[in-house]
Design a protein around this ligand. Sequence first.
Ligand SMILES: [Fe+2]
Ligand SMILES: [Fe+2]
Length: 266
Amino acid sequence: MKIILTSPFDPVSEREMEYIRQYRKTHGLRDIWLSVDEEGILDHDTRVALLKKAAAYDRRLHICETSETGEAIEPLDEDTIRKGLYRLAAKGIRKDLITEGYYLDETAKAMCNPHRYAHSKSVAQTAVKLAHAHHMDEKKAYVMGMLHDITKAFSDEQNEQIIRLYKPEWLSLSPKVWHSYTAVIFAKQNMSLTEGDIAYAMEHHTIGDGNTDYAALLYIADKIEPLRGYDVSKQTASAMKNLKKAAFEIREESKAYILKTEGIHV
Ligand SMILES: [Fe+2]
Ligand SMILES: [Fe+2]
């Protein structure tokens, strides 16, 4: 008898994989089929591809190419995963979620206030445009844009705790800078971020002291995204030509502004 279990698998979680293994055991089945519901945040084919990857270790787990009727199983942890806890996704797909930028919109929406969410999205879009102009990886640019302020809503106390543990040398810096690093720690611990270019660019996005092209790209995108509401046509034109030069110019302008308004040399 062909037993089919159906769910949105949006995305498939480790607890769901465990449930399926247990189901097969308790029902004495050799093979089992899984079918992905039509509706979901990710499109059907993408969820099928992810499910196939998650089930690849077991030849007795079969994935239906199209939606088929069967026994519906309750989604477990899927909503929590979509809010940034990718570590609850099935083992084989955690890295795909972050690399492909899946659910970053939902994650940013869940972790940021509406203003910060809109800014993050706008930074990501600006970063993608810059990456396109400079033949850089547009997916990386999108991911770093969406994630760079992900811990901005944490309290100073929360951020300080993390900094004390992982980056104590930053305790002497302004608390305004701390989210640059706590965002990296959050993404590494909860979202399986391992990509060095992204982590480095995020870490340096507030001060603008990174020395890679991706660090320059994110620093600029954060400063020139259209929702900032000031005229950035000069900086944008410069960034389209030369990222590092533009980042240097923007940083100098920013230093001069802080000196003028706050009387502080940075
Ligand atoms: Fe920031
Ligand atoms: Fe930002």
